[in-house]
Write a protein that binds this ligand. Structure first.
Ligand SMILES: Cc1ncc(COP(=O)(O)O)c(C=O)c1O
Length: 380
């Protein structure tokens, strides 16, 4: 095993590099000089919609602005509360705050690290306008439970499916649950690209029209410089649209490869519980394999051990969201998030990108198992 295996591989787009260069040349020198929101963006939206049971897709500048556009289109703002998970990436809370609303943090489940529907329900108040669960790493949130919760309380359901493109839960694709879902195409995501981009997915035509307007300064696409609403600049790039169109047919195979790597890891790591290493839950439904996160009692030592064997790893979210300096003032006094804290303490992500070879995957799994074996008799 000579190659080092970085957590973020620099050769992710290697097979498509020639396509990208051709597209930059073609679009860069095209007669129409159209670089955003052109025919390629429209074709990309249509192609994505075909993978999502025909739901409307509106592409935009990033997964973060996709969330902001949804919140704006749902008229969520000052005085409103949105229930969000206490563990996850910053945009989950930041987009609620930038909308002028208040994030209300509820703890995640201990096993899946996704928002706990019961605790989310307990956090609902008369000011709650929406619940916003996020799929985490490789596991979709319990969307049937959130659908029922939102219906019971008469609140909106926003599905942060930024990491879960291609996942399916009970036959229904990620992104199509709730009032709206989002995708992120930032490079590390399963359908990442060499640039920034995202999408809003919704079955509600009025919501889709509002998002479409809001992504381009509130213009309706018919009359330029007439602004119906205060919007955002969150438009999609034509080169990226054409590039993603070219890569879309290969996505199912890349996702399947990620799934088989993840299943192999889980098989190897399931026996390591007594040594303080736990894989994510093994079920297959509602899985996305964007990031493979195990839980390790001696995380720092394991990361060092892997690094010494040329294996990169990554700590996703070293602190619960309400413990972050940016969000601490939104934490309800006296509230605690023990599962989020435990996840922050133990989580470690391993490489799971599709072009890892079988030998490399085995090397990574061997390195984790060797660490566990070495420490078998030193467990507390
Ligand atoms: C769960 C989740 N939501 C939202 C985002 C935001 O996506 P982007 O980085 O494209 O803005 C990300 C990715 O960073 C994410 O992981």
């Amino acid at each position: 095993m000579t190659r080092t295996l970085p957590f973020f591989p620099p050769d992710l787009f290697e097979p498509d590099r020639a396509t990208l260069i051709d597209l930059v040349r073609d679009i860069g020198t095209g007669a129409d000089q159209k670089f955003i929101l052109g025919t390629r963006t429209a074709a990309f939206e249509e192609a994505l919609a075909a993978t999502l049971d025909g739901a409307s897709v509106v592409t935009c500048g990033s997964g973060t602005t996709a969330l902001s556009l949804v919140l704006a289109a749902l008229d969520i703002g000052p005085g409103d509360e949105v229930v969000v998970p206490a563990f996850g990436c910053a945009p989950i809370a930041a987009t609620v705050i930038t909308a002028g609303a208040t994030p209300v943090f509820a703890d995640v489940r201990a096993d899946t690290m996704t928002l706990d529907p019961e605790l989310a329900g307990a956090a609902i108040t008369p000011r709650t306008k929406a619940v916003m669960p996020a799929h985490q790493f490789s596991v979709m949130a319990d969307m049937p439970a959130f659908e029922a919760l939102a219906a019971r309380h008469g609140v909106r359901l926003v599905e942060d499916s930024a990491v879960a493109q291609g996942a399916v839960l009970r036959g229904r694709p990620a992104g199509t649950w709730g009032d709206a879902g989002v995708f992120s195409f930032v490079q590390v995501k399963s359908f990442g690209m060499p640039g920034e981009g995202g999408a809003v997915i919704t079955r509600d035509p009025d919501l889709a029209a509002a998002v479409r307007m809001l992504r381009n300064h509130g213009q309706d696409g018919r009359q330029r410089f007439v602004h119906h609403r205060i919007g955002h600049n969150s438009r999609f790039d034509e080169v990226m649209a054409a590039f993603q169109l070219a890569r879309l047919p290969g996505l199912p195979a890349r996702l399947a490869r990620r799934a088989s790597i993840a299943e192999y890891y889980t098989e190897r790591f399931t026996p390591l519980a007594a040594q303080g290493i736990r894989p994510p839950p093994a079920e297959r439904d509602g899985r996305c394999h964007y990031v493979y996160c195990l839980r390790a009692e001696r995380r720092g030592e394991l990361a060092d051990h892997l690094a010494a064997r040329g294996v990169g790893s990554h700590v996703y979210y070293p602190a619960p969201l309400p413990a972050q300096p940016a969000f601490a003032r939104h934490a309800r006094p006296g509230a605690t998030w023990p599962n989020a804290a435990e996840a922050s303490r133990t989580i470690l992500a391993l490489p799971v990108y599709p072009h890892l070879t079988d030998a490399e995957v085995e090397h990574i799994a061997d390195a984790v198992c060797e660490f566990a074996d070495d420490r078998e008799d030193t467990q507390p």
